[in-house]
Design a protein around this ligand. Structure first.
Ligand code: ADP
Ligand code: MG
Length: 150
């Protein structure tokens, strides 16, 4: 995505979804995408577009109480078979993370993994990842910065 490292402003949730959809076009099997930002910053909204771009047919809801939601992808051109949407907001410890199988999920070669609250991973945060930082500017305006760590 040629938006890497750039600051992008969106003025409504549709624009944030469209950015997610655009990022999806550049994702490969095995990619991990980390979304940073406060509650209401637009992370889940971005995931809705990203999932659509990957070919996920189901509606994306916030996984907050479930931690991990997985979606099958059947007709990806890039060997992606599973999309994981993970929200670590309510996790407290490394044990919580281990109990949902996070380490195995992060290693999956045929999946794309998107994480909200990736800070919670601490030492197990993958080095090779794509970071998207969200900032709330005002009611409808958000600032996004996308960085790709190869
Ligand atoms: P998070 O997952 O970061 O807690 P959500 O995506 O669940 O945030 O919520 C963002 C809220 O802000 C939604 O209600 C959305 O409609 C609203 N919103 C308003 N403007 C924007 C924007 N430009 N980008 C994303 N969301 C926006
Ligand atoms: Mg969310």
């Amino acid at each position: 995505m040629n938006n890497t490292g750039k600051t992008i402003i969106t003025y409504n949730s549709k624009e944030t979804q469209t950015l997610g959809e655009k990022l999806a076009a550049d994702l490969k099997a095995g990619d991990v995408v980390c979304l940073y930002g406060d509650l209401g910053a637009g992370k889940t909204t971005f995931v809705q577009g990203l999932a659509k771009g990957l070919g996920v047919k189901k509606r994306i809801n916030s996984p907050t109480f479930i931690i991990v939601r997985s979606y099958r992808i059947t007709n990806s051109q890039s060997r992606i078979t599973t999309f994981y949407h993970i929200d670590l907001y309510r996790t407290q410890s490394l044990e919580d993370l281990k109990s949902v199988g996070i380490e195995e999920i992060l290693q999956e070669k045929d999946a794309v993994v998107v994480l909200e609250w990736p800070e919670k991973l601490g030492k197990i945060l993958p080095e090779k990842r794509i970071d998207v930082k969200f900032e709330y500017i005002d009611e409808n305006k958000r600032e996004l910065v996308i960085k790709n760590y190869e």
